[in-house]
Design a protein around this ligand. Structure first.
Ligand SMILES: [Zn+2]
Length: 202
């Protein structure tokens, strides 16, 4: 079972890399494994990981076995503590979402407006969390609080954190977020219309 979960983490990490959603040694992937998490290690390229390379941590972010985990592991633990129905967490510095995270004047309650139906379907509202240096544990409680209501978050001047019931669903959501971030940047300064919310009258 653990072997299968390890292969899933590796396949997801490689998919993120193959789709151009990570660069260099950025980005991390985790998957719930019972009471623990399997997570990509610190300093790893997601394109060349193997199943033996993964770290195991607990839901408090404490290192249990394997190589040292990503220094952003506590973000994954915070999300999975808050969302028992979630099993997979992805974090990237993907170009368009990271670019949006640097813009001034974003709505902190919803950084990307509902430009397309697929964004509303796969992401919904995207809270923007204030900037913290990478690895700053002060971000943990903020992520936990936001994850209580949301399965996707955007870290200011940094990038997105997305979770899902399985890695493929989380990957679909992250790709949709990245795609919509690109649309937002392309249409910035132009008059746009928004997808009506489901509660708007027809
Ligand atoms: Zn990061």
């Amino acid at each position: 079972m653990t072997r299968q979960l390890r292969e899933q983490v590796v396949a997801t990490a490689r998919a993120l890399h193959a789709r151009g959603l990570t660069h260099g040694r950025t980005g991390n992937v985790s998957l719930r494994a019972g009471e623990h998490l399997l997570i990509t290690p610190t300093g790893a390229s997601l394109g060349s990981l193997t199943a033996e390379d993964l770290s195991e941590i607990d839901l408090r972010g404490r290192h249990l076995s394997g190589p040292p985990p990503s220094k952003e592991a506590f973000l994954h633990a915070a999300v999975l503590r808050q969302r028992p129905q979630a099993n997979a967490v992805l974090h990237t510095h993907s170009t368009h979402a990271a670019a949006v995270s640097c813009l001034a004047g974003l709505d902190p309650a919803n950084a990307i407006p509902p430009l397309t139906a697929y964004f509303t379907l796969r992401i919904g509202k995207l809270p923007l969390l204030p900037y913290h240096a990478p690895g700053d544990p002060a971000l943990g409680p903020l992520v936990a609080e936001a994850a209580h209501e949301h399965h996707a978050l955007l870290l200011a001047n940094h990038g997105p954190v997305v979770c899902g019931p399985d890695p493929d669903t989380a990957l679909d959501a992250l790709e949709e977020l990245e795609h919509t971030a690109a649309i937002l940047l392309l249409t910035r300064g132009l008059p746009t219309t928004l997808v009506p919310s489901r509660t708007d009258p027809p």
